[in-house]
Design a protein. Structure first.
Length: 101
């Protein structure tokens, strides 16, 4: 498993832990299905409630991820994306709130 896959696996585990529905899209999904792309990020579509988003942000912080809480809450309100960064690898995930990113 690559370090990028490990980051994604941890993120998915956290989403499942707090009960946020999700799906993987973008370059990770494309590469998995046989069409490699040059970008190195993961796009994750999520559909949280305000409460589950706050739980998600709390576990992200506890796990050492960087996510700007105010930006994430505004993204939920506007149904837009926000970034989650793993500081150990600089790998960036882009969860989108109910929209593909």
């Amino acid at each position: 498993m690559s370090s990028d896959e490990g980051v994604i696996e941890r993120l998915v585990r956290l989403l499942e832990q707090v009960g946020v529905p999700y799906m993987l899209t973008g370059s990770i999904a494309s590469s998995h299905h046989g069409l490699p792309r040059a970008t190195n990020d993961a796009d994750v579509v999520i559909d949280p409630t305000p409460e589950s988003l706050d739980r998600f942000l709390a576990v992200l912080a506890a796990e050492g991820y960087y996510a700007e809480a105010a930006v994430a809450r505004e993204a939920l309100r506007r149904r837009r994306q926000f970034n989650v960064i793993d500081p150990d690898t600089a790998f960036k995930e882009s969860p989108g709130s109910g929209t593909s990113c």
